[in-house]
Design a protein around this ligand. Structure first.
Ligand SMILES: C[S@@+](CC[C@H](N)C(=O)[O-])C[C@H]1O[C@@H](n2cnc3c(N)ncnc32)[C@H](O)[C@@H]1O
Length: 273
């Protein structure tokens, strides 16, 4: 009974957020959303979801704090290095045949994966004929991404990831020291467009040869995941490549039979129909 009541309260909170602020978390996975909401309830010193709802609706600052909990910005450079290795070896040769390459990096967070890809394309001589559209719902994360700032304490791990992803140069050639942190060199960002885009409420905005959406749909329920897969299918060119996260799959989505598996281990699929 208490569980039922909490579900009602959560539904009302998410409905309120959508109506008041336009952010739609109504079809995110309940278990994950519930954890995040309780995290915020404890931090605000509140007794239950309804009290959080009251605060969120009346105080945009409380909403901002909750929003920070609901969007999970965790990312890293060359996350799953083997996927980037496969991109370099197996996908780049196909991209070379195109006069211009459009890539959509959906749910790019603070941009670490986007910068990883830009470095890879630069090394393969493809950056000038490519444009990476990097989007996220989280404006704070996008600001960090636009500045190309990376926490310095991560660079040792990222250098290892870069090498495991097939990078053969000195990784430090790609960034400058900046105020105790590091900043990706501006020339590597010349063909990246960062923009706010909500996968739940916004539509497609171009036709792409590659779409990467990794570790984003794991927070969605099945209905929303299927909706976003339809959006990606409609946004991909014929024989376009879709890359999802290491623990994700396109099986059991309505679009699964429209793709062939390009590289199962690295969750790379190619649109065939
Ligand atoms: C865990 S991060 C993954 C970042 C990166 N793709 C990676 O795998 O390292 C999930 C990202 O998805 C974004 N996100 C969540 N819901 C979204 C939505 N509806 N539309 C666009 N981005 C969303 C979050 O803001 C967050 O930056």
């Amino acid at each position: 009974m208490d569980d039922d009541l909490e579900k009602i309260e959560t539904t009302l909170l998410l409905e309120g957020i959508f109506r008041r602020y336009g952010y739609d978390f109504r079809k995110y996975s309940y278990a994950s959303i519930r954890r995040r909401i309780w995290h915020r309830i404890h931090l605000e010193g509140l007794p239950n979801v309804s009290c959080l709802q009251e605060k969120v609706l009346h105080d945009p600052e409380v909403f901002k704090r909750l929003l920070g909990d609901l969007v999970i910005p965790v990312t890293e450079m060359y996350r799953d290095p083997e996927m980037f290795l496969s991109f370099r070896r197996d996908i780049v040769p196909h991209l070379r045949k195109l006069p211009f390459v459009r890539i959509w990096h959906a749910g790019c967070s603070t941009g670490e994966e986007v910068h990883s890809l830009a470095i890879l394309l630069e090394e393969e001589g493809l950056l000038d004929q490519s444009r990476i559209y990097a989007t996220d719902i989280n404006e704070n994360a996008l600001e960090i991404a636009k500045d190309g700032i990376i926490p310095i304490d991560r660079m040792k791990q990222y250098t290892k990831n870069y090498q495991a992803a097939g990078g053969g140069r000195s990784f430090s050639d790609y960034y400058d020291s900046d105020n105790g942190g590091v900043r990706i060199k501006p020339h590597l960002r010349r063909n990246i467009v960062f923009a706010r885009h909500n996968l739940v409420t916004d539509s497609s905005f171009n036709e792409f040869h590659v779409i990467l959406c990794r570790n984003v749909m794991i927070y969605f329920n099945n209905q929303l995941r299927d909706q976003v897969h339809r959006l990606f299918y409609e946004s991909l060119a014929h024989e376009g490549i879709l890359i999802v996260g290491a623990k994700e799959s396109i099986s059991f989505t309505p679009m699964s039979d429209r793709y062939e598996t390009f590289n199962d281990r690295n969750r790379i699929f190619r649109k065939m129909r």
